[in-house]
Design a protein around this ligand. Sequence first.
Ligand code: TPP
Ligand code: SF4
Length: 312
Amino acid sequence: MTRSEEKPIRKLKQLPSQHVMAAGTPMCAGCGGLEGLNEASDVLGENTVFVNAAGCMTLLSVYPFTPFRGSFFYTAMASAPAGAQGIRDALDVLIAKGRLPAADDLQVVVLTGDGSAYGMGLSSTSGAIERDLDFLYICYDNEGYGNTGHQSSAATPLGARTATDRGGFHGRTKNLFDIWVAHQPSYVATAVASEPLDLVQKVQRAKQLSGPRLILMLAPCPTGWDYPPERSLEIGKLAVDTGAWPLKEYVDGQVRHTKLPKTRLPVERYLETQGRFAHLFEPQRDEATLRAIQAKIDADFAAIEGSTTAPD
Ligand SMILES: Cc1ncc(C[n+]2csc(CCOP(=O)(O)OP(=O)(O)O)c2C)c(N)n1
Ligand code: SF4
C-alpha cells in the first residue's frame, strides 16, 4: 500500500543542507552505520520514533542528551519489533479517538544492529511481519556484535576474524534479505552510506509504503573491522564494486538490482583493506578461504544475471 506521495529524490541537493540529526554523538569516528543513519533520517524527517534494541546506537540517546529531533524508545535486544507494535497501536488508537491529529502521526522505525536483526530479534521480527505491522526496520549491519567487542553474529562473513573466532569465522552466514523476502513484506532493500543517492532513494520508497519494510544497511566499522576511520566510505564502495554487498530491492514480488558494478573487482581488493581479514594474506595466503569467498560472490552474480531485473 502507498502512503502520501513526496517529490522523488533525484539529486542529493534535494536533501537538507544540514543533517536532521545533531552532530557530536558518542559513536566511534568513521562509523559507517552512523553515516547511513544520518542519510536515512534526512529523508525520514522529524516525525519519526526510533525503536532501538541494545547495541552501539543505544548510546546515541542517553538521557538527557539526544541527537534526534523526534523520539527514541529503547527495548531489550530481542523485542524491538514488539515495542514497535505497541507504539504503532498507541498511535492508531490516539488518532482514532481524535486525540492526535493524523498529520502528527509518526513513522515507527526499528533501529538495530545485525545481532538483533539476524539473531536475537528475528522471532519478534517474523511475528511482526506476519501481523503486517506498519513499520520500517533499519538494520545497520556491522557484521558482528559490535557494542560488546565484536563477537561473531549470524551476519559475520566467511573468514572474518572476530572476538569469538580469532582464526576467522567459518560458520554459515544468514541471508537476511531472503529471510525477509520469504515473508512477502512490502519492501526490502540493501544499502550502504557510501552510495548515498541509492540509500536515500530506497528510504524514500520505503517511507511512502506501509506495512513491514526493511533497509539492510552495510555498516563499515573501523573498530570491529580494524581499519583507519577515514577509510569507511572507500571500504563501503569496495563492498559494492567487488560484489561483496550487492545493492538491490524487493518490491511487488520482484527483486531488482539498483546498481551493478560495471567491472566487478576481485573481492581481495575489499578484504585486504581490513585487519579482520589480514590472516587470509599473512603470514601465508589462505587460498582455500579466499577462493571460497570469491566463488560465493561469483555464484550470486551468475544467479543475478540469470533471474533478476538489472538496474534501469
Ligand atoms: C538479552 C541480551 N543479551 C546480551 C546483551 C548485551 N549486549 C548489549 S549490546 C550487544 C551487542 C549487540 O549487537 P548488534 O545487535 O549487532 O548491535 P551493535 O552492537 O553491533 O550495534 C549485546 C550482546 C543484552 N543487552 N541483552
Ligand atoms: S563499534 Fe563499529 S558500529 Fe559500533 S559505533 Fe563503533 S564503528 Fe560504529
